[in-house]
Ligand binder design. Sequence first.
Ligand SMILES: *Cc1c(COP(=O)(O)O)cnc(C)c1O
Ligand SMILES: [Zn+2]
Length: 410
Amino acid sequence: MAVDALKCKECGTKYPLEALFVCDQCFGPLEVEYDFSNIDVEEAKRTIQTGPQSIWRYSEFLPFTERPKSRLATGLSPLIHAPRLGEYLGGLKNVYVKNEASNPTHSFKDRVVSVAMAKAQELGYEVIACASTGNLANAVAAHAAAAGLDSYVFIPTDLEEQKILATGVYGTELVGVKGNYDDVNRLCTELSAEYDWAFVNINMRPYYSEGSKTLAYEAIEQLGWKVPDRIVSPIASGSLFTKLYKGFNEWIDLGLAEGTTPTFHGAQATGCNPVADAFEDGRDFCKPVKPDTIAKSLAIGNPADGPYALDVARSTGGSIEQVTDDEIRYGIKLLAHTTGVFTETAGGVTVASLKKIAERGEIDPDETVVVYVTGEGLKTLDAARGTFEKYEIEPTVDAFNEFVPTPVTA
Ligand SMILES: *Cc1c(COP(=O)(O)O)cnc(C)c1O
Ligand SMILES: [Zn+2]
């Protein structure tokens, strides 16, 4: 297996593959480093194609020396061709929606948690914890329950009720913190120094974030080992966005995928736009903001990977978009009307951002565009409220005939 060490993203200092996340020398973030020089491309393809129906088919490219097992199979979410959405956006023929709602807890967070938990178990941890904007809470609680591990889940108290209920049900220790996500995250960073727990997105963050690469690998495999021309992905901490870049480039460099690095577009809500704002201002750092948006799963005001996300967008000729809450609601509706996929607010951010990019005329009709729809609409039902009409009639044919509503399309 190719996993080699942890390595500081800033100064390059290497560390052993333990529960470490910051560099002692320069306080830079640590990242998993691989040595893929011994990989045989054809054999790697075969291993993947004959592997399990989950992210573990890619375990050679993840931080393990042996293929992990987990009881909840994560990954292999559908990549849906969306010609009606493409048509609406001005005749784009090859728009694909990667629908992460099919994961065990209905968001892409199952991927990062599966990887972080497998590593935590390998390192001997017995308690799993996280600081969550919602979906991570669901995933940690469920995967810990499946593995029989204790878990502590820290969330901002103002989270969507659906997400709280869909977490508590798994029997986790659910801790509401009176503050926003950035307060929760700071608290958990302090707690991680005090408790010998695996905080999936704090002391296990280098492993956690590797799980996002599988969203690049899967898109490539599902497109017939081809790289898309363009991708649109939501940004909260920037981890998913930057690891998609890592994943695509690993396979391009190895010759496992045909094509060149896609153009990367990030998507944020105007009510929590630190990366989009820095992009617009031409800054290479983010100014922290106080989130105020319906896209709570993306509500990180001080994004750890913000500067790296800016680099990715700029170096690939892409952008970081921002959309208002009304545009988010419209994005949810547009996706539902044209593809039959009901996404949570984060997917509304992504689709509304795609619409902006398309309206600027930046997308060639023949390009392959992958849009990452990272979570399930049933978890943020409030966003759909008031976006359509519902008629109430007496149970008679006359009453119905009085108005025959015209079918609504996008
Ligand atoms: C967590 C999350 C993201 C992205 O988070 P990053 O911190 O940027 O990796 C995107 N969509 C949904 C639905 C999420 O829950
Ligand atoms: Zn360093």
